[in-house]
Design a binder for this molecule. Structure first.
Ligand code: DGL
Length: 285
């Protein structure tokens, strides 16, 4: 599946990348709102989770997957993973894109979420839940601080949440325990929070559990719909990139681990049946 040439210009599907299944919650919303676009999803399940890995490792793995998506003809790649957006996006944009094709684009999920959060909060106090990597990077406080300097941001790392989701333990007392524990912790540090960002693409699956432990009147911000809306907006503002996105309504799924495991798990993230193929991500340089 190489990209196609279209009046001398290269065009291909929009690429979506996540360490595993989480990015499917973003892709689901993109397909819902822009069904005409071809999309390719790549989950690096063989090496997931990324949330507790070092900067160097997340950067190296993410770069390999982005190069893989470029090799498949993608001109635009969305890092549908907060950990990769926090730790690898800037370096890839600044250091690698000039070499890989300066007309290509890689976008993340943190910036669009930070943009949107201003319209949710009334108290001006915002909470961010994410992986350890995302929280330690301070990407959310930094991005929100640039766009909405008056907002007060409190973060909480929830290292057990991704394993709970990936292992299908959502409806267990264990999930209840770890969700309550983290929600209590963040609200004890700032009881004025009225907006809570799910800063990890796995977390929407825990929404019913989170809602059970949420103080009244707190809004949960889920990224899928925000990213889909911002992506549509981006393509309207960048017709030169929109022309480089093929529109046949085809969505393909690849995983670096077992496709049968992927297909079984993926449905609950994507909302409809998924048929994936295995791919080996090459080390390019
Ligand atoms: N889904 C990824 C995110 O949004 C994290 C999952 C992982 O730890 O690999 O941060």
């Amino acid at each position: 599946m190489e990209g196609v040439f279209f009046f001398g210009m290269q065009a291909g599907p929009i690429g979506f990348f996540d360490s595993g299944y989480g990015g499917l919650t973003v892709l689901r919303e993109v397909v819902r709102s822009m069904p005409e676009y071809d999309c390719v999803y790549l989950g690096d399940n063989a090496r997931a989770p990324y949330g507790t890995r070092s900067y160097e490792t997340v950067y190296a793995y993410t770069l390999e997957c982005v190069e893989q998506l470029f090799d498949m003809g993608c001109q635009l790649v969305i890092l549908a993973c907060n950990t990769a957006s926090a730790k690898a996006l800037r370096t890839i944009q600044q250091r690698d894109l000039p070499r890989l094709g300066s007309e290509k684009r890689v976008l993340g999920v943190i910036r669009p979420t930070a943009e949107a959060v201003g319209s949710y909060t009334q108290s001006g106090h915002v909470g961010v839940l994410g992986t350890t990597g995302t929280v330690l990077s301070d990407s959310y406080p930094i991005e929100i601080g640039k766009l909405h300097p008056n907002l007060i941001v409190e973060q909480e790392a929830c290292p057990m949440w991704v394993p709970l989701v990936e292992n299908n333990e959502i409806h267990t007392p264990a999930a209840d325990y770890f969700v309550e524990y983290r929600i209590k912790a963040i609200f004890s540090r700032d009881p004025k929070i009225d907006t809570l960002i799910l800063g990890c693409t796995h977390y929407p699956l825990l929404m019913p559990v989170i809602e059970r432990h949420l103080p009244q009147g707190v809004a949960l911000v889920e990224q899928g719909t925000i990213v889909a809306e911002k992506l549509r907006d981006y393509l309207l503002r960048h017709p030169e990139m929109d022309e480089r996105c093929t529109k046949g309504g085809v969505v393909r799924f690849y995983t670096t681990d077992s496709p049968s495991n992927f297909d079984q798990q993926a449905t609950q993230f994507f909302g409809s049946p998924v048929k994936s193929a295995q791919i080996t991500v090459q080390h390019h340089h």
